[in-house]
Ligand binder design. Structure first.
Ligand code: CU
Length: 103
């Protein structure tokens, strides 16, 4: 049995660092997610019915711990869906990345 994967994810205007995360199917993931200081609110959405993932969390400058165990290999886009009034969403401005679950 492998230990859990610890990953730090930081959101800024308008990006995630890292923008590509690779984890293993069946191995618990502990994601420490936070945002850079600033006025813009950010969140994290990882949603894939096919992969059994439904994660949505507001980000603060303090790390939020998000735990999940991906069971289904594949790729899912993660993103921030914040938007201000009629402006493009943060996702549309490039605030996204790819979570890849490998065997
Ligand atoms: Cu955002």
């Amino acid at each position: 049995m492998m230990a859990c994967s610890g990953i730090t994810l930081v959101g800024g205007s308008y990006y995630f660092e890292p923008a590509h995360i690779v984890v293993r199917a069946g191995v618990p993931v502990e994601l420490q997610a936070r945002r850079r200081p600033g006025l813009a609110p950010h969140n994290l959405v990882i949603r894939s019915a096919a992969m059994g993932l439904d994660i949505a969390a507001s980000l603060t400058t303090e790390p939020t711990t998000i735990r999940f165990t991906p069971e289904v290999p594949g790729r899912v886009e993660f993103y921030c869906d914040e938007r201000l009034l009629l402006l493009p969403s943060h996702r549309d401005r490039g605030m996204g990345g790819v979570l890849e679950v490998v065997e």
